[in-house]
Structures are given as C-alpha cells and as structure tokens.
Design a protein around this ligand. Sequence first.
Ligand code: CU
Length: 423
Amino acid sequence: MMTFLILAVLVLGFLVVLRLSRVAELASELRGLREENIPERDNRINGRLMWVFGVLYLALFTWIPFHYSDVFLPPPASTQGVWIDDMYIYNWILLGVVFYGTNIALFWFAGKYYHRADRRAHWYPHNNTLEMLWTVVPSVVLVATIIYGIIVWNRITQAPAPGTMEVEIYGKQFDWTFRYPGKDGKLGATDYRLITADNPLGIVTRKGIADRLAGLKDELAKAVADRDAQSAVLPKDRLKEKDEDIAHMSRMVERIMGLQTLIEQDIKDNGDNSSYLHGADDKVTKEFHLPVNEDVELLIRSQDVIHSVYLPHMRAQMNAVPGMTTRMHLKPTITTDSMRLITKNEQFDYILMCNKVCGISHYNMQSPLTVETPGAFKVWSLMLPVFEKPAAAATAAPAAADSTKAVEAPAAQAAAGTNKQSN
Ligand SMILES: [Cu+2]
C-alpha cells in the first residue's frame, strides 16, 4: 500500500512539473519571448548546479570504497596473491587518474562555459599534435598494462622448479577431491577408463588394472552364461539388449587390455621413472591442506564439465577443464591460524570455491582449505591412507574416496574382497 502511495505521489508530481513547464512556456510566449531564448540567469544557475553535482558525484565515488572497506578481502595470503594485488592496485591508480581527470574536466567546463549571449565559441577544428598525443599515450599505457599482465601470468603458470610438491585438485559435479603424492614424492598417472567408485580419480596401478580386468572378465563370462541359459525363453528384443551389453563389456575389456599393453611398454622404456609406477602410494582425500611458505604446483582436472578452482584469499583462480590438466603455482604465506588473528574471526577458513556456473549445485561446490606449518602438514599427510596398500593386503581394495571413511573402516574394505566393479 505504502509503495502504491509513493508511486502515485511520484506520478502526480511528475504531471505537476509538466503542467508548470507548460505554464512557463505560455507565459514567455505572452511576453513575446521565443522558446529558445533562455535568460542568462537560468543558464548560470544550471552551470553552477553542474559544479555542485560534479562535486557530490565524485565525493560519493570516493566515499564508497572507504565506507565498504570492511567487506573487502583480507590481505593476500600467497606470494602470487601479492603479485595479483599489485597489478590490481596499478590498474586502480590508472583508472582513478583517468576517471577523476575526465570527470573533473567534464563538470568544470560544463559549469564554466554556460551560454552567454555576448560570448562566441572559439573555432578550433583540428590539431595534429593533440590527436597524436591522445592516440599514442593510451596505446602505450594499454600495451604496458597488457605486458605487465602477461609477465605475472607467466610467473604463475611457468614450469615449476624441480622438487616442487604437486597437489591434484579434481573437480566433478559437485565436489572437489584432492590427491597428494606418497613417499616417492610424485603423483602417478591417471586414466578415465579406470574410474570406479573405489577409484574416483582413475589412478593407474598395475594391480588396479589387473583387478579391474579380472572383474570385467568375470562379469563378461557371467553375462554370456546368463544369456546362453536364457536364450530359449527370452523374447528377441531382450536378447538383443543382452547382446549389446555383452558387446559393450567386451569393448571395455579390450580397451583396458590396450591400456595394460601401453603401460607395460612405458615401464619397459622408462623404468622407475614411468609415471604409471607412482600411483599406488598416492593419497586421495576430500580434505584440502597446504603447508605454509612452500611452493606447490596445483594440477587441476575435471571429470565432467568446466569448473574453476577459485581461492579468493590467495587471489588464485584456474579453470578445471575436462580432458586436460591445467596448472598453477601457489605459495601460501599465511597460516589459517594467523589469518584468524588478522581477521579477528575465530571461525575464519580459507575456501576453495567453484567459480564456473557448472550445474544445479554449483553454489555448494566448495571446500575449506587449511594452511598450516610444514610440520603439521606432514603429520596430517602421513595420516592419510595410501591409495593401494602394499602387496601384503592383496585382497583389499584400499579405496580412498573418503579419507575418514577409509581410516575408520579398513576391516569392511578387507571384507569386501576383490573389487568387482561394474561400469
Ligand atoms: Cu563447478
């Protein structure tokens, strides 16, 4: 109701102003004045109002960032974040100079040179020097800005120094999974053909492939036996379906056998350096921890659609693209505990958010990040279960889809026996 009244008052007020201006028009007509003949006094008032508006407008723009400074992000928590913030500040200064310069000039001239009957405008059609100046200066500044940006981008994405710890961030609709290297300090290779509930990242290991192959062959044999046993009683279309399923399974077996050949060849060629030999001791977890003041190389993958790894407090972002691995360096410089002191917020946590609208639960695709001392990080990572337990526990399928579950229920996994997986 209130809204309606306010609207009504506004509409009526507008109509009144329209009417009044019509009255003023008629009055000046009666006095024999032409419509475009505006008294100098009116023009001067309008000119002064330009100045008043300009001052208020610029004051508002200046006031906003100060007023809302409490909702800004805390200081950058990584080395790369400092670079990004520096670039950001550089851009703000540049834009500030242009913004205040052009707007002050705009309002100043509009207010000063209001129309006066006794003043003629100066006819000044062209000036090559000026043209040159306002073409060359912005071009040079823009090129410098782009070069600055490319330099920072290259520093963030260049090849890491040897020995840098690699951490994998794996995105899928709608959560994040993390993988840390084991004792060998290297992340093993992955292959989408090996993705199952127990191996969500598709980590390649010799045993994993053998198990998967055995499981698939079992399933295939069972499906064939099943089909043969029922061939006399099943209707034709059901039989056809079963044949298609069997064909699909055989293709899967062939693909994995192909992968196996590829891997054995790679191991033969590269020996211990083969990336296929480094997966067994990897650690897969749903928790995200990083050591402070140590370089890490983030390897980013996606299972389904484009996601984006966004760490606002680190000023870091990189897309997660299906079918490829994207990378970026990160060196966190402030632990979670220190940041809690800095922000005076005991609940503070760094956060990893998905920054691509990737589907219905995109808003909830996030994960807290704990930055801790290298010692604390080491203790935490040693507690994580390895992806594939050494040969002694041959029957277990050490799934690490959920680190806590895996820690709590090793017996249940052992009881589950060999991993027979369906695709
Ligand atoms: Cu996403």
